[in-house]
Design a protein around this ligand. Structure first.
Ligand code: HEC
Length: 111
């Protein structure tokens, strides 16, 4: 009897929590995970300076107004660079999942 009454609010709370967690996963990445994904970018990009390795240093990327390709630094435009690459940058479209790219962008924003 008591158990049945108590289960509903608990189930509702759990559902709400799950919804929040899923929503979070979709709309914003996890910078901690993105840092791990970035290890494969680190061969060519510094995260802690804007000095050039093989590619430009990415420190402060999201604080710049434009990227080398002349496009504004927005999530969509950075994602496009990661997806298509070019000029020595590999295309990651099929090498990273959408979630990994979300995480990566969340991490790049912290630089
Ligand atoms: C093999 C070397 C290499 C690897 C690995 C690499 N990049 Fe690049 N990246 C480059 C080069 C070279 C450029 C410059 C391309 C150009 O000038 O058009 C570049 C450009 C960029 C830019 C544009 C920066 C700007 O200010 O214009 C971003 C953002 C970027 N890379 C992110 C990444 C991320 C994220 C990864 C890992 C998933 C990655 N790169 C992996 C070589 C690399």
């Amino acid at each position: 009897m008591m158990r049945k009454l108590g289960a509903w609010p608990a189930a509702a709370a759990l559902l709400a929590l799950t919804a929040v967690a899923q929503d979070k996963g979709k709309s914003q990445g996890d910078p901690e995970k993105g840092k791990v994904v970035f290890e494969q970018c680190g061969v060519c990009h510094s995260a802690d300076s804007d000095e050039k390795k093989l590619g430009p240093g990415l420190k402060g990327l999201f604080k710049k107004s434009k990227m080398a390709n002349g496009k504004r630094v927005t999530e969509a435009n950075v994602r496009a660079v990661i997806d298509t690459g070019g000029n020595g940058m590999p295309a990651y479209k099929d090498m990273l999942t959408d979630e990994e790219k979300d995480d990566l962008i969340a991490y790049l924003k912290t630089l």
